[in-house]
Design a protein around this ligand. Structure first.
Ligand SMILES: *[C@@H]1O[C@H](CO)[C@@H](O)[C@H](O)[C@H]1NC(C)=O
Ligand SMILES: *[C@@H]1O[C@H](CO)[C@@H](O)[C@H](O)[C@H]1NC(C)=O
Ligand SMILES: *[C@@H]1O[C@H](CO)[C@@H](O)[C@H](O)[C@H]1NC(C)=O
Ligand SMILES: *[C@@H]1O[C@H](CO)[C@@H](O)[C@H](O)[C@H]1NC(C)=O
Ligand SMILES: *[C@@H]1O[C@H](CO)[C@@H](O)[C@H](O)[C@H]1NC(C)=O
Ligand SMILES: *[C@@H]1O[C@H](CO)[C@@H](O)[C@H](O)[C@H]1NC(C)=O
Ligand SMILES: *[C@@H]1O[C@H](CO)[C@@H](O)[C@H](O)[C@H]1NC(C)=O
Ligand SMILES: *[C@@H]1O[C@H](CO)[C@@H](O)[C@H](O)[C@H]1NC(C)=O
Ligand SMILES: *[C@@H]1O[C@H](CO)[C@@H](O)[C@H](O)[C@H]1NC(C)=O
Ligand SMILES: *[C@@H]1O[C@H](CO)[C@@H](O)[C@H](O)[C@H]1NC(C)=O
Ligand SMILES: *[C@@H]1O[C@H](CO)[C@@H](O)[C@H](O)[C@H]1NC(C)=O
Ligand SMILES: *[C@@H]1O[C@H](CO)[C@@H](O)[C@H](O)[C@H]1NC(C)=O
Length: 496
């Protein structure tokens, strides 16, 4: 069996035009020196890929028996591997040769993720979350070196000027020094429906920040001037203006979400924007250098929902790391309806946490609003979504209104990421739909229906998107496929 697998791998890899970058250091096939990475990675090893290789290196059977855990984490999670294991705090400072005095001169910034609030007996309770950091001034030549560490297989100097700027911008955002143990004063002020300040402002004490500079604090909003409606007597989403005392970087809007109503939870990559995570060479450039691009006419679909159902709460939930969130928010708010945001906090950085972060964030919002209904949207290239979305139907009976999944492999033959549809087995078809283009969602009244009968469903319940197709499963069982995927990613390194 293994030799059949290996034979298949070799021919598959030889035929594969797209190298999978950064797949990693050592290999059972060829023991070569690892490609050199920026020095910070030595203090923050790319745990995910190292695990795969250790397994491959040590005992090939551990892959066959370890299944799930042995899949490269980026394949399993749909998170581009180039967005894993970013350097943090002290590693950044030391790699840039920064002293405490250098850093003291740099202003403190705050990433304030647009939060949601729930109605409680005490009033509106707001869950503030974000990060406190300093952004050192890095010379362009150093930034280029660091960017080349991410642009595996591409030299930044070979990109068009605007893409070079974007790659440097993202690199600078990643090379920040997070600030632990900091207290922040946030100032909140109610906004009228027209977006004008209405009512007095309130200072909110936030912090101290975690060792990674993150803060997560629940605070009660006082309804001093009686401008805010209780969440159990209104169906309207109310807003607060937020800013952080002492910096201009922490401005955000908070959403006060009523006890009952409809919340749309949307993933971002490959559903709202073109990322092509599943084709790592393209995904890398799309994430690091190219301007963000909307996916087809998806903004029309969201615009229609926000206009026809004005009380809908939009919540953007992506597992992309916090450091690059600003770019995501800027793109989303320019292209899609306003709403609250969740990204991957910095304490979720090892492999198991990376794979569990989506469920953690989903559980949190479902438990915050036990009487709201949720429409869940994403694409099939995220294996965590494919597991978590149907699980929510079981875990929170009656709360999932619809699940919409873009079948990325239907329109993009480059998508070879495996995914599992077995969670949908037995689910009422009226609750979910796999679709291929945004127009498939047009004309659906999501308060009543989730399935457009003109969109042909081809779901077979089980493993999908296998390198040799589902029908070949008698020839290439799942264990072998996992081995294939792991080895292809290893071989990818040497093609680069
Ligand atoms: C709304 O919530 C408040 C605070 O929990 C409670 O005192 C009040 O009775 C509730 N009103 C209704 C109509 O449920
Ligand atoms: C950043 O460093 C460059 C030289 O490397 C200097 O020209 C520039 O003024 C510095 N910017 C700030 C904000 O200190
Ligand atoms: C990238 O290109 C520049 C300019 O051509 C060159 O100086 C540099 O060594 C190259 N870097 C890498 C990592 O290839
Ligand atoms: C990156 O670009 C965004 C948007 O243009 C800007 O707000 C941000 O300050 C830039 N970040 C850096 C580190 O230059
Ligand atoms: C401000 O809030 C008060 C109390 O809810 C309300 O009567 C008034 O219309 C609001 N003003 C604006 C401009 O929305
Ligand atoms: C904001 O910061 C300034 C300067 O540190 C301080 O004087 C002021 O009291 C702060 N405001 C609040 C509301 O904490
Ligand atoms: C942030 O909010 C403060 C207070 O409302 C405002 O003065 C400032 O201009 C805002 N900064 C940005 C960058 O929007
Ligand atoms: C990360 O921190 C949050 C609180 O900010 C906590 O609830 C969560 O359990 C932590 N997760 C991990 C994996 O440490
Ligand atoms: C997705 O599309 C591919 C290619 O058309 C098809 O083989 C697969 O069955 C589809 N998956 C689902 C869940 O619709
Ligand atoms: C599926 O859901 C629809 C709409 O709620 C309902 O009419 C239908 O009876 C359900 N089908 C099954 C098999 O439960
Ligand atoms: C199902 O298969 C048909 C025929 O290949 C295709 O046109 C359609 O887009 C597929 N549907 C999905 C959701 O993949
Ligand atoms: C817009 O959304 C509403 C509510 O879901 C739906 O009834 C309507 O058909 C949609 N219109 C279009 C053009 O998609």
């Amino acid at each position: 069996m293994i030799s059949l697998c290996l034979l298949a791998v070799v021919s598959y890899a030889a035929a594969s035009p797209t190298p999978i970058p950064g797949a990693t250091p050592t290999s059972p096939l060829a023991r070569r020196a690892p490609p050199s990475l920026p020095t910070v990675f030595s203090t923050n090893p790319r745990v995910a890929r190292r695990n795969v290789l250790t397994d491959l290196d040590g005992d090939i059977n551990s892959i066959l028996s370890g299944l799930g855990s042995a899949i490269p984490s980026y394949v399993a999670s749909g998170i581009p591997n180039f967005f894993q294991d970013f350097p943090t705090g002290t590693a950044v400072a030391s790699s840039l040769g920064l002293s405490d005095a250098d850093l003291a001169a740099v202003p403190t910034q705050v990433l304030n993720l647009p939060p949601y609030a729930k109605w409680t007996d005490q009033g509106w309770s707001l869950l503030l979350h974000g990060n406190v950091f300093k952004q050192p001034n890095i010379s362009q030549s150093k930034l280029d070196d660091l960017a080349n560490g991410f642009l595996i297989g591409t030299n930044i100097s070979s990109l068009p000027a605007d893409q070079q700027t974007q790659a440097r911008n993202l690199t600078a955002e990643i090379y920040v020094v997070q600030q632990p143990n900091v207290d922040v004063t946030m100032i909140a002020q109610p906004l009228s429906s027209a977006g004008k300040a209405n009512g007095s402002s309130q200072a909110l004490a936030v912090g101290p920040t975690s060792p990674e500079g993150d803060f997560t604090s629940s605070v009660i909003i006082f309804n001093t001037d009686d401008v805010l409606q209780p969440g159990n007597t209104t169906s309207t989403i109310q807003r607060l203006d937020l800013h952080v005392n002492g910096t201009d970087t922490g401005n955000a809007t908070a959403y006060l979400v009523p006890t009952e109503g409809l919340t749309i939870i949307s993933d971002i990559d490959d559903i709202l924007r073109v990322t092509q995570i599943y084709e790592p060479a393209k995904g890398l450039l799309n994430s690091f250098a190219r301007p963000y691009m909307q996916w087809m006419n998806m903004p029309d679909v969201y615009l229609n929902w926000s206009k026809s159902l004005p009380d809908t709460h939009f919540h953007y939930l992506t597992t992309t790391p916090e450091q690059v969130t600003r770019n995501y928010m800027q793109f989303i708010y320019a292209t899609y309806p306003l709403g609250s945001f969740d990204t991957r906090p910095l304490n979720f950085s090892d492999v198991s946490a990376t794979l569990s972060i989506r469920k953690f964030l989903l559980d949190r919002i479902f438990q915050t609003y036990p009487q709201r209904k949720f429409v869940l949207i994403a694409d099939t290239s995220n294996s965590d979504v494919m597991k978590d979305y149907p699980q929510l139907v079981t875990d929170y009976p009656g709360q999932v209104q619809c699940i919409f999944l873009r079948n990325t492999s239907a329109t993009d033959s480059g998508d070879k990421f495996p995914y599992d549809t077995s969670g949908f087995k037995g689910m009422n078809q009226s609750m979910y739909m796999f679709f291929t283009v945004p127009d498939d969602l047009k004309g659906l009244d999501i308060t009543k229906q989730c399935y457009n009968s003109s969109v042909q469903q081809n779901v077979t319940f089980g493993e999908q998107g296998l390198p040799f197709g589902n029908d070949a499963s008698f020839l290439v069982p799942r264990t072998c496929t996992i081995l294939l995927v792991a080895l292809i990613s290893v071989i990818g390194t040497f093609i680069v």
